[in-house]
Design a protein around this ligand. Structure first.
Ligand code: VG1
Ligand code: CO
Length: 548
């Protein structure tokens, strides 16, 4: 075995998006493609984060197609680049929140997560890679931009010659050119962390009393975690976790837990014999959807309800330091923060923007409208954690999901909310739409369109209160009198064409009007969005592909 330097040439387009570098599997399968990106990362780390030589790297992925090949490639490259030790999940598996937990617990230098998250998998699907820093969270933009810059000049990478693939199927230890490889149980550290946060006795009693739950792991990586904790530790009946076997192509499904993609779960929760509680998670287990019996909880409401009741959960008994939400997420959590007298932060989309706030102790709970919720226990959003939080709330209060949410609306008002995704727009047309919209902004302020008065219209920019870094062009906002909003931004996780996301929100204080059809309530805003942005004209589409 020997260290080899391999000549290579840059690939265009290796710039990480909202959450890592995501491309079609076929793109990642090109010779040198993955290697270039990984070497670019290893090349910039010393100048950005410090010397990694001899340090520990965490490695694992969501088990999607190409995970097995990529893990072996990265192990060889890590050894050739002088890492001291790699902790790799058994089978090459680690959910995103578990990777974050392992990095923190073992004080690793950082970690590489192989995932394209909620994107479909399989040979024709998507693959992805992202780097997390020593706090367990996604690398900030300063680092992802440095990786990208390096990837554009790279001409050589280091790997090992003549090394057979390691057998990662069982926990164990190997040595690779002086580097230790430890194959770890992907669930153990994570499960211990959950037990330290939640009232497992109360949750066991909830199941023992005959309550029923359906957890849909969507044939993705959360299955083993959910089975171990829900069915193993909490005594939920076998079969509580469905689609619990991780599959390389997610069984051909789209592992995105929302009402549009988790239709099997939606149907089960609407059936006459529906369980008390329904939940789902995504490809890499960092997203969550929670449902009551025939009752859908929006992620924005979920964050707000969790915040309002946090002290019922042992890990949060001392109260919250603050709440942070991404800008497009509804303002439901802001109302709770006001009532609690704590800080509320509005950040750009993507979990990397929460890291500094969590590290600085300025936020305890964080959330995004895209079915992401999390807390200071790790530095990623965490699907199963959110589900356990809701389970703990039900066990502690004796109330159902629907009761908890309706009581919340009565107290704080309801933030009607929806996101419309216009998928498959040619990139140049989507760019033209956003450019035109940005150009119109100054003229929109103060206008009244169809009875809606635009108090403010801008392009969201964020200055990180901890390190002062500025992120601009994070989404166009139309702020309407009375607290209604329309937000436009282009997705940064897709791999084909462009997706325009239109976020719609309208506040309703009056309890008598808390039971209206969401799309009907938002109809004037939907019309305004099309009128102002010319979505149909630019996009050449008739309707959004996905409404959540
Ligand atoms: C989407 C969501 C964003 C989330 C990101 C990663 O990004 O909108 O809120 O943080 O996915 O989630 P975008 O740029 O496509 O809107 V995951 O679970 O795919 O890592
Ligand atoms: Co995800």
């Amino acid at each position: 075995m020997s260290v080899a330097s391999v000549r290579t040439q840059p690939f265009a387009g290796q710039r990480p998006g909202t959450s890592g570098l995501r491309k079609k599997v076929t793109v990642f399968q090109q010779p040198h493609y993955l290697e270039n990106f990984v070497q670019a990362l290893f090349d910039i780390l010393p100048s950005q984060v410090g010397e990694f030589s001899g340090a520990t790297l965490v490695l694992g992925g969501d088990g999607r197609f190409h995970n097995r090949v990529a893990v072996q490639t990265i192990l060889r490259m890590a050894a050739a680049n002088g890492w001291g030790r790699v902790l790799v999940g058994q089978g090459g598996w680690l959910s995103t929140p578990a990777a974050s937990a392992v990095i923190r617990r073992h004080r690793a230098f950082g970690g590489i997560i192989l995932s394209a998250s909620h994107n479909p998998g399989g040979p024709d699907g998507d693959f992805g890679i992202k780097y997390n820093i020593g706090n367990g969270g996604p690398a900030p933009e300063k680092i992802t931009e440095a990786i990208y810059a390096r990837s554009q000049t790279i001409d050589v990478y280091r790997s090992l010659d003549g090394v057979a693939d390691l057998d990662l199927s069982q926990p164990g230890r190997f040595e690779l050119e002086g580097m230790a490889v430890e194959v770890i149980d992907p669930v153990a550290d994570y499960a211990e962390l959950m037990e330290s946060l939640f009232d497992f006795d109360a949750m066991r009693a909830w199941f023992a009393a005959g309550h029923r739950m359906r957890f849909d792991a969507m044939s993705a990586i959360c299955g083993p975690y959910a089975r171990a904790i829900l069915e193993g530790q909490l005594g939920a009946p076998a079969g509580t976790v469905v689609n619990g076997e991780p599959l390389e192509d997610f069984g051909g499904h789209h592992p995105d837990p929302n009402p549009a993609h988790a239709q099997e779960l939606m149907a089960a929760m609407a059936a006459a014999d529906a369980p008390d509680f329904g939940a789902a998670s995504d490809g890499d287990a960092d997203r969550n959807m929670v449902l009551g019996r025939d009752f859908v909880v929006t992620p924005s409401d979920s964050l707000a309800v969790m915040a309002a009741h946090a002290t019922l959960v042992p890990g949060y008994r001392a109260g919250l330091a603050g709440i942070a939400r991404s800008m497009p997420t509804s303002c439901a959590a802001d109302a709770v923060a006001r009532a609690l007298g704590i800080e509320c932060h509005e950040t750009p989309t993507g979990w990397k923007f929460f890291g500094n706030l969590l590290d600085a102790g300025r936020a305890t709970l964080c959330g995004e409208e895209s079915y992401g919720t999390g807390s200071s226990h790790v530095r990623e959003k965490d699907g199963l954690w959110a589900v356990l939080f809701w389970l703990n709330l039900q066990a502690a209060t004796g109330q159902s999901v629907e009761q908890l949410v309706r009581a919340h609306w009565t107290r704080f008002g309801r933030h009607y909310y929806s996101r419309h995704d216009w998928e498959g727009i040619p990139t140049d047309r989507a760019d033209a739409l956003m450019a035109e919209l940005r150009g119109r902004l100054p003229s929109l302020v103060g206008q009244t369109l169809d009875g809606l008065h635009l108090a403010q219209a801008d392009d969201f920019a964020y200055t990180d209160p901890v390190d002062g870094s500025l992120s601009s062009r994070q989404g166009v906002r139309l702020l309407i009198d009375g607290g209604a909003r329309v937000v436009f931004r282009l997705s940064g996780t897709g791999t084909e064409g462009a997706t325009l996301r239109v976020y719609l929100e309208r506040y309703e204080a009056e309890p008598a009007r808390h039971n209206l059809p969401v799309q009907q309530v938002l109809a004037p805003l939907i019309a305004l969005a099309d009128q102002v942005a010319g979505i149909r004209r630019h996009g050449g589409l008739d309707a959004p592909a996905v409404i959540t």
